[in-house]
Design a protein around this ligand. Structure first.
Ligand SMILES: C[S@@+](CC[C@H](N)C(=O)[O-])C[C@H]1O[C@@H](n2cnc3c(N)ncnc32)[C@H](O)[C@@H]1O
Length: 258
């Protein structure tokens, strides 16, 4: 299909998402399927409709950003986090930890972190930075309302302690919500915060090109403290992490090399 190149440029101008950094075949397939479903035959007419219709644009962003998440996603990795990574971080940092959940989507990941950390620290000592490119996802995260399915892997003790169930819908408690600061950060464009003890970047790098990934690994490395840990998704192991000054701490966890 022609005009994808100019479509990418128009989208970047309209919403600031640069599709050049996303794997092309995969992204095009997703865009084409939505475009057809919405009844447009080419990128020009689809773009022109989106530039006038905010709801069509919101559907596009929603489809593009793939917000699927859940609490304690890949529970075995959370066990490693709770048992081994926390030991390492507490040994190296006797004060309060700086933690960043990047690409936090609708909040399941940063809220899981607060609950896990509540086993080690009083809640008022916990603060997590959670960021995403998609303000719609952030709005849902701030609302903190979830379906039962997304809680499947979360330990029962946390569900009992930190959620209120009403008609099958689960509302997260304010004491957990208050511990997370949500912000918009585009990983591919924006500056990163620094001095982080732990950064998670899970289930988003799979959509990026190898070039974009390499740049990101370097940026994440610089954003960590000297002993900091980088936590990735279950299909996102780093090949030859030494290239990016990381060494394997445990599978799916990398420690900054100094
Ligand atoms: C599948 S979700 C991952 C959520 C969570 N980390 C997890 O593993 O369950 C991917 C998230 O990446 C976000 N995303 C996509 N491109 C991004 C970018 N360039 N910068 C920041 N976030 C981005 C999407 O908006 C989406 O919320």
């Amino acid at each position: 299909m022609p005009n994808y190149e100019s479509f990418k440029k128009d989208i970047d101008k309209l919403i600031g998402i640069n599709l050049d950094y996303y794997k092309e075949t995969q992204m095009k397939r997703r865009i084409n399927s939505l475009m057809t479903r919405e009844g447009y035959k080419d990128y020009d007419s689809y773009y022109s409709a989106m530039s006038k219709d905010k709801e069509a644009l919101a559907r596009f962003i929603n489809h593009l950003t793939i917000n699927v998440s859940e609490f304690y996603r890949n529970p075995n990795q959370w066990k490693v986090l709770e048992q081994k990574v926390m030991d390492h971080l507490k040994e190296n940092n006797r004060g309060s930890l700086n933690i960043w959940s990047s690409a936090c989507s609708t909040g399941e990941e940063p809220y899981s972190m607060v609950m896990m950390l509540s086993e080690f620290y009083p809640l008022d000592k916990i603060k997590i930075l959670a960021t995403d490119i998609d303000m719609g996802a952030i709005a849902k995260a701030k609302a903190g309302i979830y379906v039962e399915k997304s809680l499947e892997n979360l330990p029962d003790k946390f569900i009992k302690k930190f959620f209120k169930e009403e008609n099958g819908v689960y509302k997260i408690s304010d004491e957990i919500k208050k511990r997370v600061e949500f912000k918009k950060i585009d990983l591919l464009k924006d500056n990163f915060p620094g001095n982080m003890d732990l950064i998670s970047c899970r289930n988003v790098m799979i959509y990026f090109t190898d070039d974009a990934k390499a740049k990101l690994y370097e940026k994440f490395n610089r954003a960590l403290t000297s002993y900091g840990i980088f936590f990735v998704g279950s299909t996102e192991q780093i090949i030859m992490p030494e290239r990016f000054k990381f060494k394997t701490f445990e599978t799916f966890f990398y420690q900054k090399m100094i």
